[in-house]
Design a protein around this ligand. Structure first.
Ligand code: NAP
Length: 298
């Protein structure tokens, strides 16, 4: 398969915080795009920019050579691909599914196997870099699946991201993403604890952040999410409920490999508490709110 804007029709399903700007970037790069989403508003927005409304996952599958999914969780991908009116009802042998959602590595391998039986290729290609990375086309993309298929699809990845790494066979991209989410979550926890400690010790947390950004503790999480914590602006971004889901996936991968992940388990529980208290739709940096509460402050 040769991928190019002239030859390749791309389907896109899941037009949320990440999917919408990614789809926009593909349109800008000249690809013909067929889209679908559960709610209608983002579909209409993309149609106004030149995309076609696929009507259903099967409709998208029928009209596309490559389909990208950017959905919340494993059951969503399963439903869109294999459910009634799902992608497999429309996709032809020789076409390719690129799942860029963050989902279970084990389920990914099963999905790829089921698709292979129908002659459909699959890559797992989860991303890191957030809404801004999606908008600017600078995502980090970690890819699992057949390497030849990855190479064929590289032009699509180059529109969406800058740091594109082939990780290994099916599911390896998702395993890599689980590793990514462990590092982000534990760093988020560390940044939250540091800033709450400064705040409640009478030391200006903004100056603490500024000082730390120049030393060994510097990180993107301290820069971006530290700033969100200081401002108290928890508009997502990345919803806490989704990060809770990702750590659940990471802990499952740990159990499967016999690897204890104690710090991951702690942050998983804290994000769970945030979700249980009705704040799952806030940005994951709202973890700081919980830490403030633990310190007896609101
Ligand atoms: P989101 O804003 O919740 O978007 C998900 C989209 O999928 C929504 O537009 C939703 O439609 C649609 N959808 C859900 N179920 C569907 C179905 N059955 N059929 C069709 N459309 C369906 O989530 P997001 O932040 O874009 O994240 C998407 C994925 O990327 C997740 O796996 C997440 O973990 C991962 N991710 C997110 C970020 C980030 O910073 N946000 C970064 C890296 C990776 P509605 O409009 O009806 O809700």
């Amino acid at each position: 398969m040769r991928v190019s804007p002239e030859k390749t029709r791309i389907g896109f399903i899941g037009l949320g915080i990440m999917g919408r700007p990614m789809a926009r970037n593909l349109l800008r790069a000249g690809y013909r795009l067929v889209v679908h989403n559960r709610s209608r508003a983002p579909v209409m927005e993309l149609v106004a920019l030149g995309a076609t409304d696929g009507g259903s996952p099967a409709g998208v599958g029928q009209a596309s050579d490559v389909v990208i999914t950017m959905l919340p969780d494993t059951p969503d991908v399963e439903q869109v691909v294999f459910g009634p009116g799902g992608l497999v009802e429309g996709m032809r042998p020789g076409s390719v599914l690129i799942d860029m959602s963050t989902i279970s590595p084990t389920a990914t391998r099963t999905f790829a196997e089921r698709l292979r039986e129908k002659g459909i290729g699959m890559l797992d290609a989860p991303v890191s870099g957030g809404q801004r990375g999606a908008e600017e086309g600078t995502l980090a993309i970690m890819v699992g699946g057949e390497e030849t298929l990855f190479e064929a699809c590289r032009p699509i990845f180059q529109v969406l991201g800058r740091h594109i790494v082939y990780i290994g066979p099916s599911g390896a991209g998702q395993l890599c993403k689980a590793c990514n989410q462990i590092v982000v979550a534990i760093t988020l926890q560390a940044v939250g604890e540091a800033l709450v400690l400064a705040e409640h010790s009478g030391v200006d947390p903004a100056r603490v952040r500024e000082a730390l950004l120049g030393g060994f503790a510097a990180s993107r999480v301290l820069e971006v999410h530290g700033q969100r914590m200081l401002k108290g602006d928890f508009t997502p971004g990345f919803r806490a409920a989704l990060h809770h889901k990702d750590l659940h996936l990471a802990l499952g991968a740990g159990r499967a490999a016999g690897v204890p992940l104690p710090a991951t388990a702690l942050v998983h529980e804290l994000l769970g508490a945030l979700v249980a208290s009705g704040r799952g739709d806030l940005d994951h940096s709202a973890l700081a709110l919980l830490l403030r509460q633990l310190a007896g402050r609101t």
